[in-house]
Ligand binder design. Structure first.
Ligand SMILES: [Cu+2]
Length: 290
């Protein structure tokens, strides 16, 4: 009866492990759209920048097989130990308490695995942090409770606020809690440097498909960068708990061809000449008082 109970437990354990493996491997094959989360998505959004391509490769093709191998190894080891050394099969346990060879091995092997992981990891971290010397465009993103303010320092310090669309403003193709009134627009194939800071509390400027996630800290100017070749609309969110409306400060980036960008810039420089803090702050006040 005891053995039966043991077997029950073991088969349940194996089932959970297999189910976990199946779910994780099938989600690696999902995620088709770029720049937007999918229903029931567990894995990454499709990569839109060289950095995100590296991050996706690092996780899916490098880390995941290592994790898989270790998980399978430990699971088999546990099953082996549970059966071989159960009180029934092994009534008189050995009193061995030390084995130098095994102790050295279980210290050295994990260290070697960590060093192998660290090499590509540090390389990716470095390219994320190291902005290419000649950025084609600089955008400054300032986090406020609870909206993003963007400045284009190269264009007469043009600046505008970016707030999510309200339910009644959602037209065809707009997405609730992701579409904003004033998205940022950048040219395709150009290196965009993003300076990130905050005016009140810590926020975080994050766009998953760009592989960008940078803390916005009051009194500090952080920098990150991205280069997107494929024109389209990409979405992100504030990713640092920053207050009650934390979930209402999405990020919308329009990547367009250079001439479209030039046209947008001409219009935007006029529209946002005296920046639009004031109207948007009224809008924000309305939202908060809702
Ligand atoms: Cu925030």
């Amino acid at each position: 009866m005891k053995l039966l109970k043991n077997h029950n437990f073991i088969s349940k354990y194996i089932f959970v492990c297999l189910a976990t493996l199946f779910v994780s491997s099938s989600t690696l094959l999902a995620a088709e759209n770029i720049g937007i989360p999918q229903d029931y998505q567990l894995s990454f959004q499709d990569a839109a920048t060289p950095n995100m391509i590296d991050i996706t490769w690092f996780h899916n093709s490098f880390l995941f097989p290592i994790i898989l191998a270790i998980t399978i190894f430990v699971t088999l080891l546990l099953i082996y130990v549970m059966i071989k050394f159960s009180s029934k099969n092994n009534p008189k346990p050995s009193r061995t308490s030390h084995n130098s060879l095994i102790e050295v091995l279980w210290t050295v092997i994990p260290v070697v695995i960590l060093v192998i992981i660290a090499i590509p990891s540090f390389r990716i971290l470095y390219t994320q942090q190291e902005i290419p010397v000649n950025a084609d465009l600089t955008i400054k993103a300032t986090g406020h409770q609870w909206y993003w303010e963007y400045e284009y320092p190269d264009s007469n310090s043009m600046s505008f606020d970016s707030l999510p669309l309200e339910e009644e403003e959602l037209t065809e193709g707009k997405i609730r809690l992701l579409s904003v009134d004033n998205p940022i627009v950048v040219p395709a194939g150009k290196v965009v440097r993003v300076q990130v800071t905050a005016a009140d509390v810590i926020h975080n400027w994050a766009v998953p498909s760009f592989g960008v996630k940078m803390d916005a800290i009051p009194g500090r100017l952080n920098e990150t960068w991205f280069k997107v070749d494929k024109p389209g609309i990409y979405y992100g969110m504030c990713s640092e708990l920053c207050g009650v409306r934390h979930s209402f400060m999405p990020i919308e980036v329009h990547v367009v061809e250079q001439n479209d960008y030039d046209n947008w810039l001409k219009d935007a420089e006029q529209e946002f000449a005296n920046n639009n803090y004031f109207p948007n702050n009224i809008k924000l006040a309305k939202l908060i008082n809702k």
